[in-house]
Design a protein around this ligand. Structure first.
Ligand code: PLP
Length: 398
């Protein structure tokens, strides 16, 4: 399937991913790959006179390399890393004070929902959850106390697409309300929310950006100096920082981000098309396929689409369990965005922290399966799904 109709990829993305943040000449050995800087403290020539680094929590060479590289990928002036995606979100919430109000989507990463309802709310920072597919719902939920609008697009797990430009336009009519977009599902390669008017882009780097399922980390990018200075202070003052070794891993992984994302897209389209033809599938949700009701909106604001596919299996919990435990190549596991394919049952796993009535209302039922299509040979993935469907057939014919 062609890339027709999508935003045209900006030139130089892969070059920036490979070359920004570090030059061989920075190290005395001219090492092409940077060393990992493990030191927690840095020598000062006289008190207060130093080479830019003082103490490992407030700044570290491995971390600042990564932060520079991440910023350039989003066309941002500033980037900051945190010890996890939710760590980044926690830092952003520190921009608010008791009494402030947030508007967020009703179909949201489960951990973000938990943070907003169980950590922020007891501190008197309340959130109204809305269906953001109609941008007016977001605007209508804004009160005089609203300081933050939290978007995720595509949403999780239902893969609805939110019109970032439209929401930003509406929200920015209100003074002092900022828009944050959780860009984890598409990565900086396929979507750049700052270009579309967002104030902050947030990532769980744990997913596509690192892509190798071996490190937990988060980040934010912004062009707003004031926001950057505040969040940099929060990073130091709260200590939500990643380790230098993990920074090295993510920095390394960004080198292949564009290649990985291209292949995730190809593989997920093939898997999605296969699912659409299968009699045991009630409905496929894949924003990159023309059957998705917001396919054209996706193309209008993105450069492509990642490996995320969800579908409703015909049947209920028993069928879902049989399907998932019959998979042999695709791993039954939480998380997404790695080179290996994983599948899961959101109602039992990622979204277990969302109350059952709320799950039912938005359509996270026990026959909804989410697949993060990885980089394996796609014919093997399709054959694996096919044989798991046969196991479901066998169950139904028993
Ligand atoms: C995983 C994830 C997060 C949280 O990130 P962690 O690195 O696990 O803390 C936030 N948003 C989305 C969309 C995610 O998938």
């Amino acid at each position: 399937m062609s890339r027709e109709g999508y935003l045209k990829q900006e030139p130089g993305f892969a070059t920036r991913a490979i070359h920004s943040g570090y030059k061989a000449e920075q190290e005395s050995t001219w090492a092409v790959v940077p060393s990992i800087s493990l030191s927690t403290t840095f020598k000062q020539e006289s008190p207060g006179q130093h080479k830019g680094f003082v103490y490992g929590r407030s700044g570290n060479p491995s971390r600042s390399m990564l932060e520079k590289c991440l910023a350039t990928l989003d066309n941002a002036k500033y980037g900051l890393c945190f010890s996890s995606g939710l760590g980044a979100t926690t830092a952003v919430l520190k921009l608010l004070k008791p009494g402030d109000h947030i508007v967020a989507l009703d179909d949201l990463y489960g951990g973000t929902y938990r943070l907003l309802t169980q950590i922020a709310e007891p501190m008197d920072i309340r959130t109204t959850f809305v269906d953001g597919c109609d941008p007016m719902n977001v605007e209508n939920a804004i009160t005089k106390d609203t300081k933050l609008v939290w978007l995720e697009t595509p949403t999780n797990p239902l893969l609805k697409i939110i019109d970032i430009t439209k929401v930003c336009e509406l929200v920015h009519r209100h003074k002092n309300v900022i828009v944050v977009v959780d860009n984890t599902f598409l990565s900086a390669y396929f979507q750049r929310p700052l270009n579309l008017g967002a104030d902050i882009t947030m990532y769980s780097l744990t997913k596509y950006m690192n892509g190798h399922t071996d490190c937990v980390m988060g980040s934010i990018s912004t062009n707003n100096e004031q926001i950057y200075e505040k969040l940099k202070f929060v990073q130091k003052a709260t200590g939500i920082v990643p380790s230098p070794f993990d920074c090295f891993l993510v920095f390394r992984s960004l080198k292949t981000l564009s290649l990985r994302m291209e292949q995730h897209m190809k593989n997920s389209l093939a898997v999605g098309q296969f699912l659409e033809t299968h009699p045991l599938v009630e409905k496929v949700i894949h924003p990159g396929l023309p059957s998705h009701p917001q396919h054209s909106l996706l193309k209008k604001q993105c450069y492509g689409y990642s490996g995320m596919v969800t579908f409703y299996l015909k049947g209920g919990l028993e069928e879902s369990k049989t399907f998932l435990s019959s998979l042999k190549i695709i791993t039954l596991a939480e998380s997404l965005g790695g080179y290996e394919s994983v599948a899961q049952l959101p109602s039992y796993m990622a979204h277990a922290s969302v109350p059952p009535e709320e799950r039912a209302r938005i359509g996270i039922t026990d026959n909804l399966i989410r697949v993060s299509v990885g980089l394996e040979s796609v014919e093997d993935l399709i054959a694996d799904i096919d044989q798991a469907f046969q196991a479901v057939n066998a169950l139904q014919n028993k």
